[in-house]
Design a protein around this ligand. Structure first.
Ligand SMILES: *Cc1c(COP(=O)(O)O)cnc(C)c1O
Length: 335
């Protein structure tokens, strides 16, 4: 009973089928019919002009997106616990040629690694407009956040207003964007707010090896296209990546998968009572558990990661079985 992570989950059968259907020969790189469909499909989804590039990893999506918003001598404001800071092995510095991540504290208390305008101002206001100091060029937020919290449209609007006022770009790391949209029950456009670029995660939500970078300013995509090739991310059989992305969009599979994962996580969260560290708004559940309690759960056959010395993280996926989620909920409640 696997709750390690949503990328431990299987590839959705409709994604496999779409890759098989892409077996017919077509133009290489992103010149194939499927890749050329992406802009129109995402433009329809977001109700505005989008230019879309596939890449194989979320790290590449984040960094190629940010590289269009921030020069090598600039800075990107993000939460101290953002994936780009904590889990990308310095890739932002590599792709952005030395640009600096400027770390914000986020909301006080159990803010769930979400940024606020106040937290961003606390980082950028003390910076002098002076050649000796790195100037901020962009803000990056994670939707849903690293603790499975969703930014409300009004919160994104407020961050976007600050970004516009200070001339900063806005990027959304949407590794779990589907889970956020499913929770918020709003449109994808509302869940991304006034961002210029979104890393639209597919792999954790039923895809295999394709993430979509959605640029809401199509001119940025034309820069990113060259950077993607230069970074070795322009796959020559790109139609198989495009096929995955299109399969995820078809019939809103991305949303159905995210809803299923969220429902399983909610089931687990409800059983956790006061052990719960963050409200469950997406598909991740953070739970206070001693090492003995974690051992007991593992002995029952549950797989999950420790979260520090006194906690654990459980992640539900699109194919988490209801019985498994219920069994875990009961096992935690029984501790
Ligand atoms: C998983 C994840 C990513 C992408 O990670 P890759 O391993 O590079 O695909 C990006 N951001 C967040 C918040 C994630 O959880």
């Amino acid at each position: 009973m696997q709750f390690l992570s949503d990328n431990a989950a299987a590839v959705h059968p409709r994604v496999w089928a779409a890759m098989q259907a892409a077996d017919a020969p077509d133009a290489p790189y992103d010149g194939d019919a499927l890749s050329r469909e992406l802009d129109a499909r995402f433009s329809a989804l977001f109700g505005r002009d989008c230019a879309v590039l596939w890449v194989a990893t979320g790290t590449a999506a984040n960094c190629l997106a940010l590289a269009t918003l921030c020069p090598p001598h600039g800075g990107v404001v993000c939460h101290r616990e953002a994936h780009i800071e904590v889990d990308e092995a310095g890739a932002p510095g590599f792709y952005l040629h030395g640009a600096k991540l400027m770390l914000a504290e986020g909301a006080k208390g159990s803010g769930g690694a979400k940024l606020t305008p106040e937290a961003i101002r606390a980082v950028i206001d003390p910076i002098r407009d002076d050649v000796h100091q790195v100037q901020p060029h962009a803000i990056s937020v994670t939707q849903a956040s690293e603790y499975g919290r969703a930014y409300r449209p009004a919160e994104l609007a407020a961050i976007g207003a600050l970004a516009a006022e200070r001339g900063l770009g806005l990027h959304v790391d949407g590794a779990r964007f589907g889970n956020a949209v499913a929770f918020l029950g709003c449109t994808p456009a509302e869940a991304v707010g006034p961002a210029q670029a979104l890393s639209f995660g597919m792999v954790k939500n039923g895809g295999m090896s394709a993430e979509a970078i959605v640029f809401f300013d199509p001119a940025l995509a034309d820069v990113a296209r060259y950077r993607r090739k230069r970074a070795g991310h322009l796959q020559s059989k790109g139609r198989y990546l495009a096929a995955q992305v299109l399969a995820m969009l078809e019939g809103d599979l991305w949303l159905d998968n995210a809803r299923a994962a969220n429902a399983a996580a909610a089931e687990i969260g409800t059983a956790c009572g006061a052990r719960l560290m963050h409200p469950v708004e997406a598909n991740e559940v953070f739970v206070r558990l001693t090492s003995d309690e974690r051992e007991a759960l593992r002995a029952h056959g549950f797989g999950f990661y420790d979260w520090g010395a006194d906690a654990a993280r459980f992640v539900a996926a699109w194919n988490t079985r209801e019985d498994d989620a219920l069994a875990l909920a009961r096992a935690i409640a029984a501790l």
